[in-house]
Design a protein around this ligand. Structure first.
Ligand SMILES: [Zn+2]
Length: 428
């Protein structure tokens, strides 16, 4: 268990008493104060009426001196509330709000209040402001405190307990469903695809029978799950071929040998989650219905779907003609060229430098087509190649010192992944 310091609970006070005191103050001291309209992460924030332990550190004890007399005022934010209205309604002065607004970056968080969130004010026995706490998320709380004549703000982070979780599945209908079936959330499914996006075309190359296994982090506070952390290691078996990746402490993913998963080219310039035909082994042309016989790869997707640069480079053409419709051509270096046709919208100009994964346009149905799709071509030294099978330059490997730190951790995680995989498979 993590060591979480809990501030001594204050006696049940007159939570509502103060609210009745004032109606007079309506000065907008903290402009621009956002009106609280949208609700943020409400599902993940259990609403509880119970007194919450304060995430204040013990040694500071802002209220300990006269805690017996102090009052705690809990304000639940409603739709339409602003800080000004909350302060006014609860008898807190507009000059206090003004002073808080001058505290800087941390206090700026108060401009983002949302309905359902909670502000807790601590007042002394005379009803004077002592402190304010505002939970930013499950692990962080903004605290504003009066010490003598001055106000201070800071963000307090609770220590979270990390637990490693395991998920695995075999793909039956499509990758997305398999991910959900394995208990992954949508963000994790996208992350998993993003980890392998340089090796695998998730839009077109995933097949029934593919398998994946994932180790990821779950974070807990006081034994209660608060959020899901990063994927630590993953394995994807696509059409019999095994791909593995491990997260390094630089936040990037590497192969077990320490080569970056990120490479010069993405396998697909559109995200798989937008592609309508996840399983189409014969890969029919989305327009003609013929098995592909032309020199590109077609991704059938709704008009407006983002198209990204498969690699970094310079836009050498961005234009329109009656066959290609709106099209963009990117030169990546002396060797590689990629083409993107039938775009609805072009978002780059000729001569512009683009980064890998930068959006260059949207899928459309311009030119000689009958339905929206992206036609993607990959040329090596002027010759059309299948981007999935062409030999591409190897990714960079970690430096020797980095590798020395990466390897033992990677081995440990992959062993763990293997072990749980075996247990799970044996159970099936
Ligand atoms: Zn095509």
């Amino acid at each position: 268990m993590p060591v979480i310091r809990i501030f001594k609970l204050l006696p049940r006070g007159h939570q509502i008493a103060i609210g009745a005191l004032s109606t007079a103050m309506a000065l907008l001291a903290m402009a621009p104060t956002e009106s609280a309209l949208a609700s943020r992460d409400q599902a993940e924030r259990p609403v509880t009426q119970a007194r919450q332990p304060l995430p204040l550190e013990v040694e500071d004890r802002p209220l300990a001196d006269d805690s017996l007399h102090a009052r705690e005022l809990v304000v639940r934010i409603s739709a339409g509330d602003t800080l000004s209205s909350i302060f006014a309604r609860n008898g807190l002065s507009s000059s206090l709000l003004h002073d808080i607004s001058q505290l800087g970056a941390d206090a700026e968080q108060l401009k983002k209040i949302h309905p359902g969130e909670r502000l807790t004010f601590f007042l002394d026995k005379r009803g004077q402001f002592k402190a304010l706490s505002y939970p930013l998320d499950a692990a962080r709380t903004l605290e504003i405190r009066q010490t003598g004549d001055s106000l201070h703000s800071r963000i307090i982070s609770a220590e979270l307990e990390h637990r490693t979780q395991y998920a695995q599945a075999e793909v039956n209908s499509n990758f997305w469903n398999a991910g959900i079936g394995a208990g992954l959330n949508p963000g994790q499914i996208l992350s998993l695809a993003a980890m392998f996006a340089w090796d695998l075309d998730f839009a077109l190359d995933i097949r029934a029978g593919d398998r994946f296994a994932v180790l990821y982090e779950q974070r807990y506070k006081d034994g209660i799950h608060v959020d899901t952390g990063d994927i630590l290691a993953a394995e994807f078996i696509n059409q019999g071929k095994v791909y593995r990746a491990v997260r390094h402490d630089d936040g990037n993913y590497y192969s077990p040998e320490g080569r970056a998963m990120r490479k010069s080219f993405l396998r697909a310039p559109v995200n798989f989650s937008h592609i309508s035909s996840n399983f189409n082994p014969r890969r029919l042309h989305p327009v003609t219905g013929q098995i592909k016989a032309h020199r590109g790869i077609d991704y059938a997707a709704r008009t407006g779907t983002p198209v990204v640069a498969a690699g970094s480079g310079v836009v050498v053409e961005s234009g329109y003609n009656q066959f290609n419709g709106n099209y963009v051509v990117i030169r990546h270096d002396g060797t590689y060229l990629t083409k993107y046709l039938h775009l609805h919208q072009r978002m780059v100009k000729k001569g512009e430098r683009v980064q890998q994964e930068q959006q260059i346009g949207t899928v459309g149905a311009t030119g000689r087509v009958t339905g929206p799709h992206l036609h993607y071509e990959f040329l090596v030294n002027g010759v059309h190649q299948d981007p999935k099978t062409v030999k591409l330059p190897q990714a960079a490997i970690l430096s020797r010192t980095e590798l020395a730190r990466f390897k033992p951790r990677a081995e440990q995680l992959l062993t763990q992944l293997d072990r749980v995989s075996e247990v799970m498979l044996a159970r099936q």
